[in-house]
Design a protein around this ligand. Structure first.
Ligand SMILES: Cc1ncc(COP(=O)(O)O)c(C=O)c1O
Length: 393
């Protein structure tokens, strides 16, 4: 039997991540020390009380059943967290839905809401599941260019009316991945007005809500008046509390959208392991001192990496947020060539920008998932690589 993937699966653009992983493995097999800055999986541990809670509950054999939509304590804890951190009031029973990581919700939302032919506005560059989820649903993607000259914000007024008539949903993310830019309240206010006018559901991905640097404010989309009428927000414990492997996240906001997603998900999964939910409750209701320490650590990493790269003459924008640097590559390269050569010659693995959309070409995404000394070493190796290249030219 010769099995071939469906057209929908073939259209998904994940293979570059696999190619980078393979190339990295080959380099390691050849005896190279590779500094892996490719995947955005946090290397920091979760707070110790999270690990203790998880292991305590895991010893109780009565906690191994299905949990379906999750325990009410989790929804209450999300409500507490949103009030404390973003001054947003939520009704825990109807405005919060637990997810197996925000990816679970992002992947399934379009299928729950979009009919074939419905348009979805998707950022380019953007996190790959946005586009993939619309493809799975049979929707039509309308890319919203995120350009440096527009502060990486979409030009809403430039979207044709005939597109807006067919548009059911738009996806935005501030700070996002790979584009780390922040948005201010006035941008979100404009989005709410636009969404009301054109009857579009706004989906804000806020997975990096707690990795915001230099004292910049953490602005939830839902903190803008009227946002809950038109929008939902995805969030997660993966990056905030380093619980990426636990697979727990949530979506908050518009009750109707949440109800539809919950009903679809009830056919797909049967809930998150109870001990993980309790560990998440502990994290979301903790005193949050952990979060400040973590932001400081990421800032130190970012500064080590950026100052190292600047020494090599590579001017890279200082990320205001997230665990990534979105770096415009030196001229004369395309993203893939640059990323592959960087592994082979410098032993540094990054993701080529075109993995995130056509407008990612000319960039690479560097994940700050190594300690500052490794990031400085990566910058030194990149320096030597760029010097060697310019000598060859
Ligand atoms: C922007 C963004 N959204 C969502 C996710 C999914 O995270 P999780 O499913 O672990 O909550 C990620 C993971 O890297 C991400 O970068």
């Amino acid at each position: 039997m010769n099995l071939v993937a469906s057209e929908k699966v073939k259209r998904m653009s994940a293979s570059i991540f696999q190619e980078i992983a393979n190339r990295k493995q080959e380099a390691i097999k050849d005896g190279k020390d590779v500094i892996d800055l490719s995947v955005g999986s946090p290397d920091f541990p979760p707070p110790s009380f999270v690990v203790e809670t998880l292991s305590d509950y895991a010893k109780d054999p009565s906690k191994y059943g299905y949990t379906l939509k999750g325990i009410p304590e989790f929804n209450e804890a999300v409500g507490f967290f949103y009030k404390q951190r973003y001054a947003v009031e939520l009704k825990p029973s109807s405005e919060v839905l637990q997810l197996m990581g925000s990816q679970d919700g992002l992947a399934h939302l379009a299928t729950a809401l979009i009919n074939p032919g419905d348009y979805v506005l998707v950022p380019d560059p953007g996190y790959p599941i946005y586009e993939a989820s619309v493809n799975i649903a049979g929707g039509v993607i309308y890319p919203m260019p995120l350009l440096a000259e527009n502060k990486f914000q979409p030009e809403l007024d430039a979207i044709p009316l005939e597109v807006l008539h067919k548009t059911k949903m738009m996806i935005i993310s501030y700070p996002g991945n790979p584009v780390t830019a922040l948005a201010d309240k006035s941008f979100f206010e404009k989005v709410v007005e636009f969404a009301k006018l054109h009857e579009i559901l706004v989906v804000h991905d806020f997975a990096y809500s707690e990795l915001i640097f230099d004292g910049n404010p953490q602005i939830s989309f839902l903190s803008v008046p009227g946002a809950k009428e038109v929008g939902i927000e995805f969030n997660s414990l993966s990056k905030t509390f380093n619980m990426a492997g636990c697979r727990i996240g949530y979506v908050v906001g518009n009750e109707q959208a949440i109800d539809i997603l919950a009903s679809f998900k009830s056919h797909i999964d049967y809930g998150v392991f109870y001990p993980i939910q309790m560990a998440a409750v502990m994290a979301l209701t903790s005193d949050f001192s952990f979060l400040q320490t973590q932001v400081n650590e990421y800032e130190i990493r970012r500064d080590a990496l950026i100052s190292g790269l600047e020494k090599s003459g590579w001017q890279v924008t200082k990320s205001p947020a997230t665990m990534f640097v979105w770096a415009r590559i030196p001229s004369g390269w395309n993203s893939r060539e640059f990323a592959f050569e960087l592994i082979d010659q410098a032993g540094v693995a990054v993701i080529p920008g075109d993995a995130f959309g056509d407008l990612g070409e000319g960039y690479v995404r560097i994940a700050m998932v190594q300690p500052p000394d490794r990031l400085s070493l990566a910058a030194e190796r990149i320096h030597e690589f760029l010097m060697g290249y310019s000598l060859k030219k």
